[in-house]
Design a protein around this ligand. Structure first.
Ligand SMILES: Nc1ncnc2c1ncn2[C@@H]1O[C@H](COP(=O)(O)OP(=O)(O)O)[C@@H](O)[C@H]1O
Ligand SMILES: [Mg+2]
Length: 343
């Protein structure tokens, strides 16, 4: 295990300690973390800044608020219930629409009114919240994904994660729900992560739990060569999230709605590290290149142009080698991929 870790480090892959010390602690003032740790607060800030996000139907915090729940759920197109202070997809239920009795979940299963009440109470008790403290349940618009992802998603909404350093987008990946991940795109739940080029938003290679995947495990469709629509708008949204939060190192989650276009789903002040695996590249070298840029006073749009230029120079427009092979352990891939990227 230790030698595996050392190997990864040598390949420019950053680990949890390096991330915490060099980026999270150094770039993210603690007093600002609530802006991203509480989804209600993030939505409020996004609304003020005019960043589109899924419409907030309501927030259930107290026992009294529970009375409002039936009205909030009475949406013909469904809704999403999630803990305001949750992470990794925990405690999120995606409701597709009402049934004669109860509601249909995106997995196809039925959920009863009692089960929903019980779930919302669990959210309020803090069952899914970051520090276990009491929480609020957020009820919001259910995103209907852009048809471009129809063939590579399974019963849920894919999201796009962008890592942003000093307001400059660094790495991106597309996360796809699978049968295993139950309507959510989080990788811990078995979602597939696909590396995306910062230059043009084209998908490169995929992984599911530490192994390379070439096709979506449920739909069998090829994962590479898909261009994410509205790519530059997504990057500008990610870059602006820095100005909105004052946090220098964030993971920005964006979803693409078929009618509303890119929507900001949430922000993370301690973004995970598997984006390196999905991209078959370590973050260290690229983050160092971004740190060296002078971006003081630059607009989000000009930071995006800079991001695309620097990424293009480092990775020749995102060309990857070697070609992905299904089932190959990512450690092997990282070595090959990084060796050729460095060459
Ligand atoms: N409003 C929504 N509409 C449809 N799917 C959603 C919505 N909100 C969340 N999801 C699904 O759940 C996943 C996790 O949501 P997110 O808000 O990022 O919470 P977490 O902090 O737990 O990661 C998303 O990637 C998406 O697949
Ligand atoms: Mg998320």
């Amino acid at each position: 295990m230790i030698s595996t870790w050392r190997k990864l480090r040598e390949k420019g892959v950053i680990g949890i300690n390096e991330r915490n010390v060099m980026f999270v602690s150094a770039k993210n003032p603690r007093r600002f973390m609530r802006r991203v740790d509480d989804k209600v607060e993030t939505k409020r800030l996004a609304d003020i800044a005019g960043i589109p996000n899924p419409e907030l139907y309501g927030v259930i915090e107290t026992a009294r608020d529970m009375k409002a729940l039936p009205a909030l759920l009475a949406k013909p197109d469904g809704c999403v219930i999630k803990p305001a202070c949750g992470s990794q997809g925990k405690g999120i239920i995606v409701i597709d629409g009402p049934l004669r009795e109860g509601w249909r979940l995106s997995s196809g299963k039925r959920i009863t009114r009692d089960a929903i009440n019980h779930h919302v109470n669990n959210i309020r008790s803090g069952m899914y919240s970051l520090g276990g403290q009491t929480d609020k349940a957020v009820i919001e618009y259910r995103v209907k994904f852009d048809p471009v992802f129809g063939r590579i998603s399974f019963k849920g909404v894919p999201d796009i994660r962008v890592i942003v350093l000093n307001g400059v987008p660094a790495f991106a990946m597309l996360r796809l729900p699978t049968a295993e991940s139950d309507g959510k795109a989080n990788l811990h739940r078995g979602g597939v992560g696909v590396g995306v080029s910062i230059v043009d938003g084209t998908t490169r290679c995929g992984m599911q739990f530490d192994r390379q995947v070439v096709v979506h495990p449920d739909t069998g469709e090829t994962l590479t060569g898909i261009t994410v629509p509205h790519w530059d708008d997504i990057l500008v949204m990610a870059a602006r999230s820095y100005d909105v939060t004052g946090l220098g190192y964030i993971g920005v989650d964006v979803v693409l709605d078929e009618k509303r276009g890119p929507l900001l789903l949430e922000l993370n002040g301690r973004p995970g590290l598997s984006i390196q695996i999905a991209n078959q590249r370590g973050l260290r070298r690229h983050l160092a290149a971004i740190s060296a840029l002078d971006v003081a006073g630059a607009s989000p749009e000009s930071r995006v142009r800079l991001a695309q230029k620097v990424y293009g120079e480092s990775y020749e427009g995102g060309a990857l080698a070697p070609a992905p092979v299904s089932g190959k352990p990512v450690l092997d891939v990282l070595e090959g991929g990084l060796a050729s990227a460095a060459a």
